[in-house]
Write a protein that binds this ligand. Structure first.
Ligand SMILES: [Fe+2]
Length: 299
């Protein structure tokens, strides 16, 4: 767990970041230092894609931190329907008595994937979450105020969360030496990602941008934080001076070379239900579905 204490900004939250090495994912516990009110962002449910075995190692580590610090978690947010890992939001909500939220455009992603999974029961299910965020919605974090920003591109439903000087930007920016997130999943858009990132880079330079993924690079350990000013100066895809056209060309060409995440076809049907695993049958057997021949082999 990495710790990023609140800065001198009176609206600044404490941030704890937990790395899931198997998927290169960052999970966050964001808290108000004054009251201990907390929210969890993008928790991972462990999943071995070969054995289709789930586990709660990451989620239990998050719980342990919450207990050790005496935090009161009121909200668990998935910033978007993740393709590379299963969400632990539902499991954690049950343990913590917390509410679950995500962006309201998840309903559009449910419609897309209901077709892939040939499962109409996936469509129009807002009730998998306690709250669906619209653009510019607000939320309270103890004495701090949070703001939701629609941040489409990587997926059409993505939202960023801003609390004081901290922005949880999930899969938009990566670390400056790694550029930006892919935009080629169903419902993704490189153009929308460009607009989202430009809006992010208009925030004050000292804004702390916490990202969704890092895999380390050239011997560097996995990291999760850079400021807006650092991205504007150094981000290899979107630093100041890079044009929209060259970003779109680079992003589209690079996406065409990336293999699909090995967990994608299993993860979406869970994540589009807020992280709920399939209901077991009378014998206690849970089964996922896999759509055949809807995606090209790549990579
Ligand atoms: Fe993602």
């Amino acid at each position: 767990m990495l710790h990023f204490p609140a800065t001198a900004d009176p609206a600044s939250p404490d941030v704890a970041a937990l790395y899931d090495k198997a998927t290169g994912s960052w999970q966050y516990i964001v808290s108000d230092p004054g009251t201990g009110a907390a929210l969890i962002v993008d928790p991972v449910l462990d999943f071995d894609p070969v054995a289709a075995a789930t586990g709660t190692g990451n989620a239990e580590a998050l719980l342990a931190h919450v207990a050790a610090k005496g935090l009161e978690v009121g909200l668990i947010v998935d910033t978007h329907p993740h393709a590379d890992h299963l969400s632990a939001a539902h499991w954690l909500a049950g343990r913590l008595g917390a509410r679950m939220a995500t962006g309201q455009r998840v309903l559009g992603v449910q419609r897309l994937w209901a077709d892939y999974y040939a499962d109409e029961g996936l469509t129009d299910q807002p009730g998998h979450w306690d709250r669906l965020f619209a653009d510019e919605d607000g939320f309270a974090l103890g004495g701090l105020k949070g703001r939701v920003v629609l941040a489409a591109g990587h997926t059409m439903a993505s939202v960023s969360l801003q609390v004081g000087d901290a922005l949880f930007a999930h899969d938009t920016l990566m670390m400056p030496d790694s550029g930006t997130a892919r935009a080629d999943f169903p419902g993704g858009s490189a153009e929308a990602l460009w607009q989202t990132i430009r809006a992010t880079l208009d925030l004050p330079g000292e804004t702390r941008v916490f990202i969704g993924h890092d895999y380390g690079k050239d011997g560097r350990e996995p990291a999760c934080l850079a400021t807006v000013a650092e991205h504007r100066r150094e981000n290899i895809h979107v630093r100041d001076g890079v044009s929209r056209e060259s970003f779109l060309r680079l992003r589209t060409e690079r996406d065409a070379t990336l293999p699909l995440p090995d967990r994608m076809l299993m993860a979406l049907q869970v994540n589009l239900r807020g992280g709920r695993l399939p209901e077991p049958d009378a014998e206690g057997r849970r089964v996922l579905r896999v759509p055949l021949d809807r995606f090209d082999a790549r990579g």
